[in-house]
Structure formats: structure tokens, C-alpha cells
Design a protein around this ligand. Structure first.
Ligand code: MRU
Length: 365
């Protein structure tokens, strides 16, 4: 996506790889929208840490980061026997896998790489092919998002008011985004519409990242407090909801996404508003059988008890909001049951949640 910083416009991917320095290059998302900066992680442990600390976030973006991180780790093998390389590869994989537990995309990406690498002989060749595979995963993510845009644009009609939650935009993917892809495609078709961005406490990805993306793209939008959507729906001011996901169960159509998604789905259902989930194929989990089995990440209490922002002088700072001696619970995701979801927008078409399993071959299952 093109980013304009200090009057200059340039195309960026959220995640890329610097082969000469064996480093993963990331947009430092914690600084947005106040500062645009690229950072590089020098080794696979730093890459995993960047995922945990949410320098990079969003299921497809952390999948591409993990894929590059796996290649980075394999390329840094100090040398030794094939067995030592296999042990090293396992360490790299488990470190990256543990960085964030809810999104299935990083696991799907790395498992696919490992299956492909199993057929490659020799350490040097595996190191070379690992990077090619990571690049291929990243490119395919972009293609999937483009296709989601083509498929989903028809849902956006002239004058619509669309609600989205968290950030499932290009910052959450390698480029383009999932929930935002139909918006960008509809804009390219000349349609006019308005987007409400849920603020998305506690980390405010809607207020900071989605709003910044839409502003960069000159799409009409407004940030709303998380509690405002029900009121707007009741007054007939929201026509459509589109969100992304960290894991959609192929067997049932249950959708894990940022905490608060379930609440919005219940509200949309109550008001007869279509509720869509946009995903690349890497977001589908073909293994788990029930939403209750999805691991839900619990993050630090400090995220709920306070907030990050910048002072009027532009200095990044954390401020306390809640009573500092109180405990806090911070589940980062929730699970929306399939009956609340109108459709899943995928690169292979728009399906009802219960239709995923019957179409598993087409969907890479
Ligand atoms: O905690 P985050 O910011 O990684 O959560 C991101 C989301 O919940 C997104 O909606 C999801 O990963 C889909 S991104 C295309």
C-alpha cells in the first residue's frame, strides 16, 4: 500500500526480508499513527519477540513474519551435522510458534514450509529454499487479499455505512488487508461509502491503525468508541459489518477475532445487519472441532489499566487510566459462533460458515 510520509508517497509491504543482512524488516506498528518507522529484527528470537510485543500484528502479517523468521533462523545455523540442523530447526519453529497463540496463520505458514522442506536434501539447499518459500507465502497473501477485494466489493453499495473492528487492513497482512480489501476495491470502482472504525480497546488498533490506513487512502471514516456501535445500529446508521479473523474453524465456521467481535456480531444479528468475515486461506483451521478449543491469548493487565499515546509535544508515553491497585483481565480475542456470521469472504468465493467444510478442497483443506 502507498504511504505518504512528509509529503512523499511510497509503496510498502508490512513485512519484508533483507537477505543481505538476514533480517526481517517490519513497520513498527506500535508507533503509528504518530510516527512511521521501519525496524529490522537481527535474528529469529528477536523476530519472535517482535510478534509477541506486537511490533507487527494481525494474523496474516505475523504469519509472513514467522515464515521469514523460520527462514532467518535456518539461514543462521552455525554449522554441524544434519541432526544438529534438525534440532536447530525445531527450536526456531517452536520459538516462533509460541510468540502468539490464537492466530493459526503462523502455524499454517510454517507447517507448510516444513512439509516442503522435508523433500529438500542438504542443509545449504534447505536454507536457500526456506527463504523462497517464505517469499512465496508473502506473495500468496497479497494475491489472496486482492481476490478477497474482488469478491467482496460487490457487498459495498453506494452510500453504505460499514463498521469494522480492530485492524484487518494492510498493516495486518503483507499488503491490502482482508476486511479492508473490499473497501479499497469498491473505492477503485468509484463507489462512495463511509466506514466506522471501532476504537478497539485495550490496544486501540481501530483508532490508531485502521483510521490511519483509511485516512492515507482518503476513505471517509470516523472512529467510534467500542460501546457506540449498538446505538448506531439501533438508529439505522450501520448497513454492514466486515471484520477479519485470526482463526476460522473449517469444520464449523466458528470465528476467532479481536475481543469485542462477538459483541458486534450479536448486535448485528439483533438489528438484521449483515456480518461478514474476510480471510485468506491461511486463516482456516481444518483440525479443531469446536470454538471452545481455540486458545485465547491473555495479555498483560497493564494494557487494560492504561493506554499508550503521544503527548502534545509528540513524545510516546504510557498513561494510567484505571485504578492502579485493581486487577484486570485481558483476553485478547473472542469466538463468534457461525450462526451469527452471514458469510466468509475468501479468495475462492463467499461462503456461509457451514459451507466451508463441504468446499474444503477448493479452500486448501
Ligand atoms: O491483536 P491483533 O492486533 O493482532 O489482532 C488482530 C485482529 O484481531 C485482526 O482482526 C485479525 O488478525 C485479522 S487481520 C487480517
Amino acid at each position: 500500500m502507498n504511504v505518504t510520509v512528509r509529503g512523499r508517497s511510497r509503496h510498502y509491504r508490512t513485512v519484508s526480508f533483507d537477505a543481505a543482512n538476514n533480517a526481517v524488516r517490519l513497520i513498527e506498528q506500535r508507533l503509528l499513527p504518530h510516527r512511521f518507522q521501519i525496524v529490522a529484527t537481527p535474528d529469529y528470537r528477536a523476530t519472535a519477540q517482535a510478534i509477541s510485543d506486537m511490533v507487527v500484528r494481525g494474523a496474516p502479517a505475523i504469519a509472513a513474519t514467522a515464515a521469514y523468521g523460520l527462514a532467518q533462523g535456518l539461514r543462521a545455523f552455525p554449522g554441524g551435522s544434519a541432526a544438529a540442523f534438525a534440532r536447530h530447526a525445531e527450536r526456531v519453529y517452536t520459538t516462533l510458534k509460541a510468540a502468539r497463540p490464537t492466530a493459526v496463520d503462523p502455524v499454517n505458514a510454517m507447517d507448510w514450509m516444513r512439509r516442503e522442506l522435508a523433500a529438500v536434501a542438504g542443509v545449504a539447499e534447505q536454507q536457500r529454499v526456506a527463504l523462497l518459500l517464505a517469499e512465496r507465502f508473502a506473495d500468496e497473501d497479497v494475491e489472496h487479499c486482492e481476490e478477497i477485494g474482488r469478491r467482496g466489493a460487490k457487498l459495498i453499495r453506494e452510500g453504505m455505512r460499514v463498521l469494522t473492528h480492530c485492524n484487518a487492513g494492510w498493516l495486518a497482512c503483507v499488503d491490502i488487508g482482508t476486511a479492508t480489501a473490499p473497501l479499497y476495491a469498491a473505492q477503485a470502482q468509484g463507489k462512495k461509502f463511509h466506514v466506522f472504525c471501532d476504537e478497539t480497546r485495550p490496544r486501540s488498533q481501530g483508532a490508531t491503525l485502521t483510521a490511519w490506513e483509511l485516512a492515507q487512502q482518503k476513505i471517509s471514516h470516523a472512529i467510534i468508541a467500542d460501546n457506540a456501535a449498538g446505538h448506531l445500529m439501533q438508529r439505522g446508521e450501520i448497513d454492514l459489518v466486515i471484520v477479519g479473523s485470526d482463526r476460522v474453524l473449517g469444520r464449523t465456521g466458528a470465528v476467532a477475532n479481536k475481543i469485542g467481535t462477538y459483541t458486534k456480531a450479536v448486535l448485528a444479528h439483533r438489528h438484521g445487519i449483515p456480518f461478514y468475515v474476510a480471510i485468506p486461506l491461511s486463516t482456516i483451521d481444518w483440525r479443531l472441532r469446536a470454538g471452545a478449543e481455540i486458545p485465547i491469548e491473555e495479555r498483560a493487565a497493564s494494557e487494560v489499566l492504561g493506554a499508550w499515546g503521544v503527548t502534545v509535544q509528540g513524545r510516546r508515553t504510557y498513561v494510567r487510566v484505571g485504578n492502579p491497585t485493581s486487577a484486570a483481565r485481558n483476553p485478547a480475542f473472542d469466538v463468534t459462533p457461525p450462526e451469527l456470521v452471514t458469510g466468509i469472504i475468501t479468495p475462492a468465493g463467499i461462503f456461509r460458515p457451514k459451507e466451508l467444510w463441504a468446499n474444503r478442497h477448493e479452500l486448501g483443506g
